[in-house]
Design a protein around this ligand. Structure first.
Ligand code: CTP
Length: 371
């Protein structure tokens, strides 16, 4: 049998939504009504790459592209806020879509006929630009959906329908902190890496940060989106989310999920935030070896003027002479080399027109005065 002739195979979720919206999809999700693993074994125009028996999913290669096919499945949330448990593989399409997050993500399209199956009113909600959960316990089962709503809201310019907003606000007043912060982090990354002040304002105003902490957020006066845009070329775009999340006062729940790099961005900011910076030399020495992400946190939470002065005016000032130049002046290597470099740096921060020749003169003067 050929894959496109299969009667019970459907595009599902994001790809159906994106086609209706006319936007580009990140990935193709297919679901088979029945057991997908048994099904793919009957196909003769695909290659089976990987089978995941307990979840009933299979990765195939078709027309040179890799795609996952899932079996329709029903799930229950045995432990609210954690991954659900599969209760049945090969359930009806309707049961499969009813376990999902929003109506706009619960539509299927038959691969053979092109028919759209919409049990929950997703098409109508797309027209109304609304995000609507499928049942009243949806956020209790999976609070990451609150952040997902923020993400889809920004991506498609949708808002929550009235009941969904009410249930979100009820959940946020009574958060169950026993949840998978790995999943929370994944959604925070996907949301805040979109670099949207609008999403951040809603994160603060609707108190969505309560999913992460019982404490508060230090909402900066300045617009984070504009600040990030300004310095995008000198930061790692995968870390933008941390500039937003770093404004949450207590990150203890998220910290166990941090990579070394992410932890360093937070630690470096904490290490500099209370330093007294009296002049350009202090500013330069404080910021010179830390990442732009930590400096932007300083801009947001401490002093934007100082941080931006460093990034705009001081960051690229570098002394040109090296140890080799000093030894060519017949100065024997010693820890005084570093003192000399710092002396020249101070002078250069006061007057950036100092060139290499002037630096050599300053070095000669520095060692002469020492004698
Ligand atoms: N889903 C869900 N609850 C979650 C995560 C996912 O119900 N917490 C369901 C949704 O039906 C979603 C599908 O699983 O459409 C696939 O999830 P994901 O790949 O994260 O989202 P997409 O809708 O494909 O969106 P994206 O464009 O971001 O990939």
């Amino acid at each position: 049998m050929k894959i496109n002739e299969a009667e019970n195979l459907y595009y599902i979720g994001g790809i159906v939504r994106d086609e209706i919206l006319g936007t580009k999809s990140f990935d193709i999700d297919l679901t088979y009504v029945g057991n997908a693993i048994d099904f793919v074994k009957k196909l003769d125009d695909i290659e089976i790459l990987k089978i995941n028996e307990p979840f009933g999913t299979v990765r195939i290669k078709f027309n040179g592209k890799e795609t996952d096919i899932a079996s329709t499945r029903s799930e229950i949330y045995e432990k609210a806020g954690h991954l659900p448990t599969v209760t049945k593989i090969g359930c009806s399409l309707k049961e499969d879509v009813l376990r999902r997050d929003f109506t706009i993500n619960a539509m299927a399209k038959n691969i053979k006929t092109g028919e759209i199956i919409d049990y929950t009113g997703g098409l109508e909600d797309i027209k109304k630009k609304k995000l609507r959960i499928l049942h009243n316990k949806s956020f209790v089962d999976d609070p990451t959906r609150i952040i997902r709503a923020l993400k889809f809201g920004v991506r498609f310019n949708f808002t929550l329908d009235e009941n969904t907003e009410k249930l979100r606000s009820e959940y946020l007043k009574n958060v169950n902190y026993d949840m998978s912060y790995k999943r929370v982090k994944k959604e925070l990354i996907e949301t805040f890496n979109l670099n949207s002040q609008k999403a951040y304002d809603e994160f603060c105003n609707a108190k969505i940060y309560k999913l992460i902490t019982t404490g508060n957020i230090n909402k900066p006066e300045i617009n984070i989106e504009n600040l990030v845009d300004k310095y995008k070329s000198i930061l790692n775009e995968n870390n933008i989310w941390l500039i937003y999340a770093g404004t949450i006062q207590d990150l203890a729940n998220l910290e166990p999920t941090f990579t070394k790099d992410e932890q360093k961005i937070i630690n470096d900011f904490n290490a500099i935030k209370d330093k007294e910076l009296k002049n350009d030399y202090d500013i330069y020495k404080t910021f010179e070896n830390i990442r732009t992400e930590s400096i932007l946190l300083y801009a947001l939470l401490k002093d934007a003027g100082t941080a931006e002065h460093y990034l705009n005016n001081l960051k690229d000032i570098k002394i040109e002479i090296t140890g080799k130049d000093l030894s060519e002046l017949n100065i024997p290597p010693s820890p005084e080399y570093q003192e000399c470099f710092n002396y020249i740096l101070r002078k250069k921060l006061e007057n950036n027109s100092i060139d290499k020749l002037c630096e050599l003169e300053l070095a000669a003067k520095f060692f002469h005065d020492k004698i």
